[in-house]
Design a protein. Structure first.
Ligand code: SAH
Length: 364
């Protein structure tokens, strides 16, 4: 029996790979541009609607390819306008994608993995374990679906102005699919976002930061959460492998290469853990030499956690110390709390391979 050919999801292909695909089909590479525009400018997934392709080419495409975004399993609207979607990929896997509207911008927060393997102790995604990496199409497909649901470019104004890879997962642990998805966000044939409007957030995978610097132009955010290694390992176990000094070296190299670019450091304030005035002063010393902005995030509690959010007075004191020390620091407003869409609350549906295997090990 003839072996059935595997179907290609064209959403997995950024421009370069789309061109190779059309060459492989024996077609002119400019077909790649036409198809990219159909998918990302027109929102079309049905080859029959691609009227500038010949009937024969459309039939050829149908035989080997599909255009398959994730499925929207549910949509929740918060009283403050935040929207949260559960996006499914089949096989029981799903992630969350969140849209946060503000007066002068709209930020889309997308996921890069089903679950996360890093186990940061204050993050509910980490507590659920890890199942698998997302493919390029499953990442860019979240943007595609959100853009469609929001009427992104209706009436000539763009509703999504910024994209942040701050949902579920560690983007640098899923490097190639993430970079390809970013290239589709940036490409004018895709969504056409400027580099400074797409932010990748990492827990501090140092080799990944170095590789990113050499691969694609994108804004970088680093989840720091503590000014010293002793405190940071308790929150971000990855710090054992890549301590703060190495992380700072990678951040300095990142900004020096990108010239005017700054790194955004995220710092989740947790009661009695990392919010002491001495820690604020240490942070000033640490960040003085890196062109950066500091984003202070009040800790968002989730079921089962023993951590508490710092009281408002301590958050303000922390902010005032770092600002007097010369840092630019903002406190992130918590959004979408009523629909569990705030930072670190994203859950999706994780068939936890890591935890199951650990439980197995513990039982035997
Ligand atoms: N893995 C990446 C991106 C996902 S987390 C990273 O670590 O950066 C996105 C941001 O939310 C990170 O700064 C993370 O530390 C923060 N975060 C996670 N759980 C949180 C919680 N419960 N409260 C507040 N911020 C949280």
């Amino acid at each position: 029996m003839k072996r059935e050919q595997e179907t290609v999801n064209l959403m997995d292909l950024e421009e370069g790979r789309m061109r190779s695909f059309f060459e492989w089909l024996g077609e002119k590479p400019f077909r790649a541009q036409q198809v990219l525009k159909w998918i990302y400018h027109q929102g079309v997934t049905d080859f029959d609607e691609m009227t500038n392709l010949s009937l024969a080419l459309r039939e050829k495409l149908k035989a080997v390819a599909v255009i398959e975004p994730p499925r929207i399993l549910s949509e929740q609207q918060s009283a403050d306008g935040t929207v949260k979607w559960l996006m499914g990929f089949g096989g029981g896997n799903a992630v969350e994608t969140v849209f946060i509207p503000e007066p002068n911008r709209g930020t889309l927060c997308i996921s890069s993995q089903v679950g996360c393997a890093l186990n940061c102790t204050f993050c509910s995604t980490g507590a659920q374990g890890f199942n698998r990496n997302l493919e390029t199409g499953e990442i860019i497909g979240q943007v595609w679906q959100a853009a469609r649901a929001l009427g992104h470019e209706r009436n000539g104004t763009r509703r999504i102005t910024n994209i942040v890879l701050m949902g579920m997962g560690e983007p640098l642990a899923n490097f190639n699919p993430v970079v390809r998805a970013i290239s589709l966000m940036r490409n004018d044939l895709g969504f056409g976002f400027a580099a400074k409007r797409v932010t990748l957030s990492t827990a501090g995978l140092v080799p990944g930061i170095d590789r990113l610097r050499e691969t694609i132009d994108v804004a970088l955010a680093v989840s720091l959460h503590a000014p010293d290694d002793e405190t940071r390992v308790k929150l971000v176990p990855l710090n054992r492998k890549y301590p703060i000094s190495e992380l700072m070296r990678a951040c300095r190299d990142f900004v020096s290469e990108k010239h005017k670019r700054t790194v955004t450091f995220e710092y989740t304030l947790i009661d009695g853990v990392n919010d002491h005035p001495d820690q604020a002063r240490k942070l000033v010393k640490l960040l003085r030499r890196v062109p950066s902005k500091l984003n202070l995030i009040p800790f968002n509690p989730f079921p089962g956690t023993e951590y508490r959010c710092s009281p408002d007075s301590r958050i303000l004191e922390f902010q005032s110390i770092v600002m007097k020390g010369g840092l630019i620091a903002t406190v992130r407003k918590t959004r979408g709390e009523d629909i569990d869409a705030a930072c670190g609350q994203l859950v999706g549906k994780v068939l936890d391979r890591t935890r199951r295997s650990r439980t197995l090990r513990e039982q035997t």
